[in-house]
Unconditional design. Structure first.
Length: 259
């Protein structure tokens, strides 16, 4: 293999780096989209991970710089695209403004690409590592922008659960002796950990959940009573109207979060 040629190719390739507006259509799963980019760059829309946020697999025409075995290849009418060994998050807005649809594929091809990415190891050094890292860097800002936009959008949908007064009063009576206990305000239960905070003298629990709960239907149960049932889009929620106590360790046993 002529590595001098590959080094010149990559050096010239990097000099052209820029993005521009393509004004495409809204993304659909299974599409292969050409990014508004120089040099050329493509993505396969693989999954809608969350609302308006898609997991995309980058594709390239420079197969000579992606030397893996059993690599998924897409043969289109006018070009051949090779799967790059990583994926990124791109928002609906980014895909609509900076890419256009050029082809479509099926679930089998998407699964094959995801399996390839999960198994392959990216080289740590050399011309191939340099090229793959360059493509990662090209997409890094779009990935970060997409994730930040998603967080801003979903912050307004942060689930806030209010414990009904009857249940609050029960705990105030049941654990009245804890009013003078040593404070314990960092808690860890099954599938969650939390921190007790106060606002205007009213205690509440910030509940942190496993990342893989995001986008799924969950149940929040306190003493056999379902406080919340529905989908979450952040890895945290708020539990309000807690009884006023110094120690909330009873929540570690009695508060349950499950899919």
């Amino acid at each position: 293999m002529d590595f001098k040629y590959l080094n010149r190719l990559l050096k010239d390739y990097k000099k052209m780096n820029k993005f521009f507006i393509y004004e495409g259509t809204a993304p659909i799963l299974g599409e292969i989209r050409e990014m508004g980019a120089v040099p050329s760059l493509y993505v396969l829309v693989a999954e809608e991970s969350y609302s308006n946020l898609f997991r995309c697999i980058p594709l390239t025409e420079l197969g000579i710089l992606v030397p893996f075995e059993d690599i998924p290849i897409f043969h289109l009418k006018d070009r051949t695209l090779i799967t790059l060994p990583f994926w990124v998050y791109l928002s609906k807005e980014v895909l609509a403004k900076l890419s256009r649809t050029i082809a479509k594929t099926d679930e089998k091809s998407i699964s094959r690409c995801l399996e390839f990415i999960s198994k392959v190891k990216i080289p740590e050094k050399g011309i191939f590592a340099e090229y793959i890292n360059f493509e990662m860097e090209r997409l890094r800002d779009l990935n970060i922008y997409s994730m930040l936009s998603f967080v801003e959008e979903t912050e307004s949908t942060l689930v806030q659960i209010v414990i009904e007064n009857g249940l609050k009063e029960f705990y105030e009576e049941e654990y009245a002796y804890l009013l003078s206990a040593s404070p314990k305000k960092a808690l860890k239960g099954k599938n969650w950990y939390g921190v007790i905070k106060e606002k205007e003298g009213n205690p509440y629990l910030v509940l942190y959940l496993p990342a893989d709960f995001i986008g799924k239907e969950i149940k929040v149960i306190l003493k056999n009573k379902v406080l919340y049932e529905g989908k979450i889009f952040l890895d945290k929620l708020i539990l309000e109207n807690l009884p006023r106590l110094s120690d909330y360790s009873f929540l570690e046993e009695e508060l349950n979060v499950q899919i």
